[in-house]
Design a protein around this ligand. Structure first.
Ligand code: ACO
Length: 431
């Protein structure tokens, strides 16, 4: 962090306070308001944290105006081009790109932890067949703390490390089994001879009765989807993981909280909602009607896959995702896909439309990911679980960083109270 000797002066209610400033390595300066309540007897009011840094972090940086996303300083488009998911996991977790030996060791450790405790199958079988796989994931990941007692002591760095590896390794198995359970097929065990993305596809699409060979182009596309979702600084689910973990909750419980948050349609659930919307639009001729609805203040309809709290120019992940969508559909020979046509035309119209331009609403990462996943054979209900398994490394890296940060306290926001002032209880017959 760069040194900053300037102070912000705040005057209110006849008082003047000088507040220290801090400079990040990149990005806007921050005003340190930690002593505001103690010295000034006031709080700040910032619902939705639009102007509040909740922590300090050295993992991921986003410049919303430039449309830039950096993991440990490396741009996402360069990583998407040259790296692969497990290498990005290493980078996020440990801060540097691995040497060949470090990468091999890391990949071996992850690969050796992909199996689930056999008894965990009973958890899956306890759910209704029509349960959403995200509901199963929240439950099963939370239940991991009942199985892996030797990695729940958060004060032990070794246990934190084991929990991180276990979570990254087992999440694809959990997501794939949630899917298999929902379609009534037998669970497929992980295969150590396959890489991370190929193993996931194998667990989702193989059946015991015949050989299933994973197409390397599809495995590469899957790896890319995972990479593009790996981390995104203090988004809603990551902040949820940090908040849950700040009380000392174990890592499995904290990540289960993050999965629950990710499920919402304004966050990770947008990829499912987006494809459902594209299908509902159906054909290119219907687009103007939906654009009109999105602009109507009295209509709750929003264009799913558009807009982002931080990106106000473009989402760099969406650019890479669009290329991948073209590649995958080409490979599968479905360039003529009606949903893709609707998506491309919707994007074109929205990017030229004054309403969307003025509000800086651009396609986000979820706009194209659903099209790729559907082409691979996934039902829409699996889109958000795939986001969850990809984001696990981000959650666990941020959680580890928080636990190791001596400045971190339990997360406990204050409020602007608008309820009744103190009053006396009245007996029921007097009301
Ligand atoms: N369609 C139509 N109008 C929109 C959209 C949209 N997708 N997104 C924002 N707006 C409008 C709002 O109505 C609002 O208009 P107003 O100023 O006239 O009231 C203005 O743009 C600002 O919107 P907010 O909701 O205040 O912006 P915020 O930063 O809180 O929300 C969010 C960001 C949640 C992503 C929002 O753009 C949205 O709901 N998008 C659709 C869901 C989606 O795609 N989510 C995925 C996000 S990326 C991710 O999680 C991986």
């Amino acid at each position: 962090m760069a040194e900053n000797t300037s102070k912000a002066t705040l005057s209110f209610n006849g008082k003047t306070l000088e507040l220290p400033m801090q400079s990040p390595t990149v990005g806007p300066d921050v005003i340190d308001i930690r002593k505001l309540y103690a010295d000034g007897d006031v709080f700040t009011f910032d619902p939705g944290f639009t102007s509040t840094a909740s922590c300090q972090s050295s993992i991921t940086y986003i410049d919303g105006d430039l449309g830039e996303l950096l993991h440990r300083g490396y741009p996402i488009d360069e990583l998407a081009d040259k790296s692969h998911y497990l290498e990005v996991c290493y980078l996020l977790l440990y801060g540097e790109l691995p040497t060949a030996a470090q990468l091999e060791d890391f990949e071996t450790r992850v690969t050796r932890h992909t199996m689930l405790h056999e008894q965990m199958q009973y958890f899956f079988r306890g759910f209704r067949r029509d349960a959403h796989p995200m509901a199963i994931m929240v439950g099963v990941v939370g239940a991991m703390s009942a199985f892996y007692h030797d990695s729940t002591d958060i004060s032990d760095p070794w246990q934190r490390e084991v929990a991180a590896i276990r979570m990254i390794a087992k999440m694809p198995t959990i997501a794939a089994w949630a899917y298999k359970y929902s379609i009534g097929q037998p669970f497929v065990y992980p295969r150590n001879n396959l890489d991370y993305a190929a193993n996931f596809l194998h667990m989702c699409f193989a059946v015991p009765s015949e050989e299933y060979v994973v197409d390397p182009i599809l495995a590469k596309a899957m790896d890319r989807i995972m990479m593009l979702h790996a981390d995104h600084e203090q988004n809603a689910s990551t902040s949820t993981v940090r908040l849950a973990g700040s009380s000392g909750a174990n890592p499995f419980a904290s990540i289960a909280a993050g999965i629950a948050c990710l499920w919402g349609p304004a966050h990770g659930g947008a990829n499912q909602a987006c494809l459902e919307m594209l299908r509902q639009i159906g054909t290119v001729d219907n687009i103007p009607e939906y654009i009109k609805r999105a602009k109507d203040k009295d209509d709750p309809f929003r264009l799913m896959g558009f807009g982002h709290r931080v990106y106000k120019n473009f989402d760099p992940r969406a650019k890479v995702m669009k290329e991948s969508a073209d590649e995958v559909l080409n490979l599968l020979g479905i360039e003529d896909n009606e949903t893709l046509k609707v998506a491309k035309e919707l994007e074109r119209i929205a990017l030229e439309d004054e309403f969307f331009v003025e509000k800086k609403l651009y396609p986000n990462v979820d706009f194209y990911s659903g099209i790729i996943l559907e082409a691979m054979g996934f039902p829409t209900s699996m889109f958000t679980p795939i986001f969850a398994l990809s984001r696990t490394v981000g959650w666990i890296s941020q959680w580890k960083e928080m636990i190791g940060d001596p400045q971190q306290k339990i997360g406990r926001p204050r409020q602007l109270y608008t309820g009744a002032p103190r009053r006396s209880y009245s007996e029921v017959e007097d009301r």
